[in-house]
Ligand binder design. Sequence first.
Ligand SMILES: C[S@@+](CC[C@H](N)C(=O)[O-])C[C@H]1O[C@@H](n2cnc3c(N)ncnc32)[C@H](O)[C@@H]1O
Length: 553
Amino acid sequence: MRTATRQAPQEMKALQLAVGGARATAALRRGRLVQRRGLRPAPVQAVLEEIVTTEDERLRVAEVAAALDRRLARDFGSGSGSNGNGNGNGSAASAAATEQVVSPGDDDRTRFQLHWSVDMWQSFYPSKWVEGLDDPNTPVPDRIRQFTETLTNAVSTAGILGSSETARYWAYHLSRTGFFVVQGLAGLLASRASNGTDGPSPLLRSTRGVAGPLTEAMLMFYQDHELIKEGKYALPWDMTTSGHRQFNPLYVLQRSAAFLNEASQTLRRRGEGRNDPIWLKSGLLPDYYADGFHYQTDGWLSSRSAKVYETSTETLFVGRQDAMQRGTLVPLRDFMAGKDASQMTALEVAAGTGRFATYVKDNYPGLQLTVSDLSPFYLAEARSNMAYWKRMRAPDAQLGGVDGAGVTFLQTAAEKLDVPDNSQDIVYCVYLFHELPLSAQRAAAAEMARVVKPGGIVILTDSVQDGDRGAYQTLGNFGDFQEPFYRDYIKTPLGPMFEAAGLKCDMKLVGSSSKTLTFYKPAEDDKFAAAGTAQAAAQAAAQEVAVEGLQDE
Ligand SMILES: C[S@@+](CC[C@H](N)C(=O)[O-])C[C@H]1O[C@@H](n2cnc3c(N)ncnc32)[C@H](O)[C@@H]1O
């Protein structure tokens, strides 16, 4: 009995490797993991089965399965660390595997517990939803009918009209997305007018160019709302707060005007394939940092850049960026279960304008949060965003800190955090790693591992990588947008990097263009096993499976 129990976690891992996440998830569910953690695949499972239908997707699934088999043979074959159940073909498979580069998506499957979203997005291919929309041979009325049918199906799948709360969620998010689509198109037109390009934009000509991101947004909202219903986090406070400035036409006009001005400059630079020089020279900043990332004016180094950042990125993602970032709140909720937030310390690394930090605070107002970034301009914007959150959401609460929000602002580099060892219960970081060269990524991972307490959690949310989205590959396109390290980033598995820093891999979640990876720092007395991580739950579930197996025998 002891042997079976000890081997069970490895067998669970082998299960994931052998059959892929969907069936492994089903098996894990049988092991009661899903009920325990709320990692509930239904009704998404039904959507999944419906949408994996094209030959392309089938081929991709077969490819992934073959890669997993090779990895299985390598990890569990005749090499050291085998549990003795190897299939005897270990060396041959091992040799083949050394030639095979394992994608980050496949590598994640060997290290992380997979949230239901992982397989959903792995199989989701938006073109299926908009196939034929651009086909000149299809008469326009048929295209419109097809698109309407797709929308109607989406509405019924998502249960949009299910309850007034659901209807409110969708009404808000659909109008928000509509706003960003119109703003994005206006940005393209403004750019073409001011930069003197003739003819309609290729994007405007392509219905799919708009419809693809829109279907991505719809599924992202579906997931976001499911997670809200599961109690992982609250409805977004910008949606529920009456009198929020985003509903003030004057405020919207100001932000839109700044965006349109910035968009034409950005697209001009992109068209010319060159950046304007950055105005500020400083030995205090790493060389790679003083760059006009995304062709944005002044890179990270001006208040003008900070003021337009949120509008620009949310326009780029047609309104789904907030929802993608909220994936970070899922492992946070699991970790916080049963804890008093006011006794917990958290550090956000590279927080930018601090928009996401306001969602964290809104879910855990008492949390003692340090918001850090390298740019003082972005930090100033973060401070102003946080002060606004405090004024609108917790005007009378005594939360401490400089502005009474229980937040400290810290200018520091991710690769050399000015934060004491073992001082943070929670360290999280959103959309930084794809902006860093590999050496800085490794240093940042090591720093996060250093400052988190034993038993604490590190959450990383960033762009999806190779192997995360099956046949749907849009990733290279971002690389064209002055993202000098992006192409290397999408090929680099992150699990091994954080393991090398001394952390353990825990859970993985995917949301459209983003993925969230969770790590924990083992506590000496393994108190963390009781702390509600996926790893701890998986071990417990594995033990149950083993025990049930023995009982069956
Ligand atoms: C893409 S933005 C993401 C901002 C924010 N986390 C969000 O999701 O909106 C990247 C941010 O990382 C910051 N950054 C880049 N390199 C950094 C480094 N080495 N250390 C700390 N911050 C850095 C930039 O100043 C910028 O604010």
